[in-house]
Design a protein around this ligand. Structure first.
Ligand code: ADP
Ligand code: MG
Length: 187
């Protein structure tokens, strides 16, 4: 039942997200990017894990010009493998159609990052996240428990919901950033 709820919610939100005009997508992306770049946790971070926008996820490209060690994932089987990437370096298209660094790019241990910007389909007020259904970030976040990394879910206001259906394996985020707010989740 819960799975069905997640599936229906995922479909509805993805439909809404993909109906954004290009202009709305850019405007919302820039609002989120501007909010992120002013956060002390961003300013202080040396190594940041991020993502390349897919299916009108907030496009954070302007941030990647900041002087950080930027890590981006490749989907390999059921895991995310993280590599250093800088603007201008070549990318491949992975099996889900998501852009990813090349296999021979230097790798990053995700545990060594200070901050991760987590793509989401939706988030809720408790910090739970809805993804595409692969569980990639649940596995990643459970594997980095105990590290000092700050986790920020990136989500549009319309997909920042009161309460998502939650399964036992779902991992919480520390904070959420939308176009209009940055919210730290109180444990
Ligand atoms: P998403 O988080 O992408 O929205 P779900 O929460 O529905 O997707 O999870 C998708 C799948 O990932 C589930 O079938 C679950 O069994 C698997 N999964 C999640 N976390 C883990 C984990 N730590 N180890 C193994 N499998 C996991
Ligand atoms: Mg999940």
């Amino acid at each position: 039942m819960l799975q069905l709820d997640k599936l229906a919610l995922r479909r509805a939100i993805l439909k809404q997200r993909q109906s954004l005009s290009t202009e709305e997508w850019h405007t919302k992306s820039n609002l989120i990017g501007d909010r992120l770049k002013d956060l002390s946790v961003f300013k202080e971070a040396k190594t940041v894990l991020a993502y390349f926008s897919f299916k009108q996820e907030a496009d954070l490209t302007p941030l990647f010009a900041f002087d950080k060690n930027w890590g981006f994932p490749r989907c390999v089987d059921k895991s995310l493998i993280w590599h250093l990437w800088q603007p201008g370096q070549n990318l491949n298209v992975g099996k889900y159609g998501i852009r990813e660094p090349q296999e021979n790019a230097p790798m990053i241990r995700p545990q060594s990052a200070d901050l991760i910007l987590v793509p989401t389909v939706a988030c809720d007020r408790q910090g739970y996240r809805l993804g595409y259904g692969g569980g990639f970030y649940d596995r990643l976040l459970s594997s980095i428990q105990g590290s000092n990394m700050t986790t920020i879910g990136i989500v549009y206001d319309f997909a920042f919901l009161q309460q998502l259906p939650v399964d036992p394996w779902d991992q919480k985020l520390d904070s959420i950033c939308t176009e209009s707010q940055y919210e730290q989740i109180v444990l």
